[in-house]
Design a protein around this ligand. Structure first.
Ligand SMILES: [Zn+2]
Length: 158
């Protein structure tokens, strides 16, 4: 989904995709740039040793009040809320379930920010009553989705 024309390059080869702007990788890349330009962060040691920065490390940085990490995650949440609002304006959804490592690790921090941005951008009637929640299925989400599809389209009870 294109969200920023001529935005950052995405893993799919195009520019400005939602993924390239608001995914963990996108957020981490911005934090790396911040640290390389001299800003201080708890994640500096990972960046210096070129270690992969996982959601767990991001969460502990957020909990400890790391300003760089909080700022970049807040920006990501602002983007996510805006995109979810646009999707809701178009489709008039009842519920949006967010999954993935980051939201599972820090829904306490991200969900309120996403909801705030969502309510700023959603049309009143479309956004009214919509629930935005974090997935509780973790890595099992895909398999449960497969089971639900089999039951719905094949008429089998799994
Ligand atoms: Zn892409």
């Amino acid at each position: 989904m294109l969200v920023e024309k001529n935005g950052p390059k995405c893993g799919c080869g195009k520019k400005g995709c939602f993924e390239a702007v608001a995914s963990r990788t996108a957020i981490v890349n911005k934090i790396i740039k911040d640290v390389k330009s001299g800003k201080r962060s708890k994640l500096s040691k990972f960046i210096k040793s070129r270690e992969r920065i996982k959601s767990k490390s991001l969460t502990s940085a957020v909990k400890s009040g790391d300003k760089v990490v909080r700022k970049r995650i807040t920006e990501g949440c602002d983007f996510i809320g805006g995109v979810l609002a646009s999707i809701t304006n178009l489709l008039n959804l009842d519920m949006i379930v967010l999954g993935g490592g980051m939201i599972e690790a820090m829904d306490f921090y991200m969900l309120p920010l996403i909801k705030k941005s969502f309510s700023e951008h959603a049309m009143d009637d479309a956004g009214k009553g919509l629930k935005i929640v974090a997935s509780k299925l973790g890595d099992d989400a895909a398999i449960f989705g497969g089971i639900a599809l089999a039951e719905e389209f094949l008429g089998v009870r799994v």
